[in-house]
Design a protein around this ligand. Sequence first.
Ligand code: COA
Length: 176
Amino acid sequence: MNKLMAEKPITHHPAIVRPAQKQDGAALHDLIAACPPLDLNSRYAYLLLCHHHAQTSVVAKLDGVLVGAVTAYIPPTQPDTLFIWQVAVASASRGQRLGKRMLDYLFQEMCIPHQLRWIETTISPDNAASHKLFTSFASQHDAGCSITTLFTAENFGESGHEEERLYKIGPLDQRD
Ligand SMILES: CC(C)(COP(=O)(O)OP(=O)(O)OC[C@H]1O[C@@H](n2cnc3c(N)ncnc32)[C@H](O)[C@@H]1OP(=O)(O)O)[C@@H](O)C(=O)NCCC(=O)NCCS
């Protein structure tokens, strides 16, 4: 258990949302593999995330099975920002506000105590669910949401990867 966020069950949803732990790394890899269009990284990368970035990443577990996760970190040059890398909810658990609840958990347990004023993420142009998840989060917090291109398709080389647009949400009201 990390020191900054206590395990806190969400009573109105069957999944338990809690900070990531090293033991979640392998299952996190498998969840991301089952959630296209997310880019799948190595098992080692997810172990590192659950180790070095456990304080800023959360998982949702239902009956011991990983059904959701948000991986995130504070960029070294932006100490007031939580950068969200990947959000994933297992297909059977979608549409039940689990994605939003994991974002709210990070906001309550990480952004407020650490006075983070901005949340950033990148989204590819055709990911409607992710666009709605983050714009809805911004509206809920009466925060702005600017959208610019962070990585062009050319930045990804010959991979055929779409561009990734940067969503910058904030400033976040610390009184929430
Ligand atoms: C994106 C994803 C995490 C959303 O998870 P979820 O738990 O189903 O989302 P929620 O139930 O919390 O919904 C949050 C908002 O998004 C909307 N939404 C969810 N899925 C949607 C869809 N397919 N199309 C349009 N809107 C959608 C909801 O209506 C809700 O909006 P509201 O707050 O205005 O009512 C999930 O669909 C997923 O894992 N997709 C595959 C991986 C991915 O694309 N991840 C995001 C890129 S980082």
